[in-house]
Structures are given as C-alpha cells and as structure tokens.
Design a binder for this molecule. Structure first.
Ligand SMILES: [Zn+2]
Length: 96
C-alpha cells in the first residue's frame, strides 16, 4: 500500500516525515541492509551516502494493512504518547 493510504489507516497526516517519525518512535523502522544501518556506502567514492536509505541508516518497513492495524493498536495503548509530548514541547519551544 502507498504511504497516504497507510497514513489514512493509522489516522495520520499523509506525509512521509510524519509517518517515518511515528514509526521510528514505535521502533518499527528497519535497518538498511545495504549499509547495515551506518548510512554510509563506501563503494561510491564521490558520495559515501548510502542510496538504499538516503544516508539515514534505517528505512520504512513495508507499509501493509497488517502493520497499520498493529500501529493503531499500539497507538490506542498510548505507545506514542511520549513522542507526541516531545513533539508538542519542540513545537512550543520553537514558538516561544
Ligand atoms: Zn543504507
């Protein structure tokens, strides 16, 4: 499923940055196999950044209906509360 559909199932805004941040908070990003999570891929001397993960080291997992259901369950349990609190603090800090 594509990212907007997945986000809709989770009740999230359809933005990659948002989906990525929340899946990261849930510990659901997967380690990039090309660079083993380092974000560096040294076979390209001009740009050592791994192109499998754009240098992030971790990638979005396959976005499936099953994953969305797991995410919703964990969200209902409050597993994202800390993440949301942190986002709010950062947002309020940026406005102050
Ligand atoms: Zn990588």
């Amino acid at each position: 499923m594509n990212l907007p559909d997945f986000a809709a199932r989770c009740g999230w805004p359809p933005k990659e940055q948002v989906v990525r941040g929340r899946l990261d908070a849930l510990g659901m990003l997967v380690i990039c196999r090309r660079c083993s999570g380092s974000g560096q891929y040294l076979h390209n001397p001009l740009d050592a950044r791994c192109y499998g993960c754009a240098g992030e080291g971790r990638k979005l997992p396959p976005l499936t209906a099953r994953l969305a259901a797991v995410v919703r369950g964990r969200q209902e349990r409050g597993d994202l509360k800390q993440y949301f609190d942190e986002c709010r603090r950062r947002y309020e800090g940026a406005r102050a």
